[in-house]
Design a protein around this ligand. Structure first.
Ligand SMILES: C[S@@+](CC[C@H](N)C(=O)[O-])C[C@H]1O[C@@H](n2cnc3c(N)ncnc32)[C@H](O)[C@@H]1O
Length: 270
């Protein structure tokens, strides 16, 4: 079960996602979980869980009396998520499903979280209606989608590199991933019957691993570099080198870089 319209990783890419997306994703997890006031014992759904960054943090917060279910459309991401789920937390339950057809009873969850997934749903309104259906009355949803790429220098530079080295389709799909707006999210909340919707910007300064190692890994863990991967290591090395060049002004003497990232954080109540 895959949805080719969205963020779909194949082969060993989920393993690389777990390693190379972590520096960008991890700093925003606490903001998402803080917004929904996660409490011990809560029933939580992590929607479009990927390799499980948010599900693992949520499981630690809800404790042994709580329960976390993590759903994704991509089998490879779920396999990686299950492999990384630590046994010291209450077990996280995994399920493969599209966001707009969730295999749960009405009013199952206290909280639904979704980090950097909603921009890839082919039908955002249908997905948020499903979120509303599986939330209990008074339950909360929090989701993030990246702000326009110009607000995050890494993504802005990567967009230029994909435009130069990738295909027109990849360039277009990359831009699409940054096109979700606050108005669009607020409208989808309203259409789903959710109330008290808020959308605001969250900024984090991320200290990356040394760029020369991290950039090629991160480039190989996104779906918009498939043509470069297929063209062989030389093509990926040239594109990654160009991205490092564009980021040279942010680079510290030890090769790391401190880069600002900005996301939209949207919340609502059923
Ligand atoms: C950028 S990743 C984010 C993963 C994870 N939430 C994180 O914080 O790293 C986007 C995820 O959305 C999933 N996805 C895309 N379209 C989906 C859909 N229609 N239903 C469920 N998951 C979807 C992808 O498989 C991928 O795992």
């Amino acid at each position: 079960m895959t949805d080719e319209t969205g963020f779909q990783l194949q082969g060993s890419a989920p393993e690389r996602y777990e390693q190379f997306a972590a520096p960008i994703m991890a700093p925003f997890i606490e903001a998402v979980l803080d917004t929904v006031d996660l409490f011990p014992g809560a029933q939580v759904l992590d929607l479009a869980c990927g390799t499980g960054f948010v599900a693992r943090a949520a499981a630690a917060r809800v404790g042994p009396t709580g329960h976390v279910v993590a759903v994704d459309i991509n089998e490879g991401m779920l396999r990686m998520a299950a492999a990384r789920a630590p046994r010291m937390y209450p077990d996280i339950e995994f399920a493969q499903a599209p966001a707009d057809s969730l295999p749960f009873e009405e009013a199952t969850f206290d909280v639904v979280v979704c980090q950097q997934g909603a921009q890839f749903f082919p039908d955002l309104d249908a997905a948020l209606k499903e979120v509303a259906r599986v939330l209990r009355p008074g339950g909360r949803v929090a989701l993030t989608t990246w702000a326009p790429k110009e607000r995050s220098p890494y993504f802005d530079a990567q967009s230029r590199v994909i435009e130069e080295y990738g295909t027109a389709e990849e360039t277009d799909a990359y831009r699409q991933a940054f096109s979700c707006t606050a108005d669009r999210l607020a409208a989808a909340f309203t259409a789903a019957g959710l109330h008290d919707g808020t959308v605001h910007l969250v900024h984090r300064n991320v200290v990356t691993p040394p760029l020369d190692d991290w950039v090629p890994g991160q480039m190989s863990a996104i779906p918009w570099t498939r043509s470069l991967m297929e063209a062989g290591p030389g093509a990926m090395a040239r594109a990654s080198g160009a991205l490092c060049e564009l980021l040279a002004g942010h680079r510290a003497p030890d090769g790391t870089a401190t880069l600002p990232f900005t996301t939209l954080l949207a919340t609502a109540t059923r």
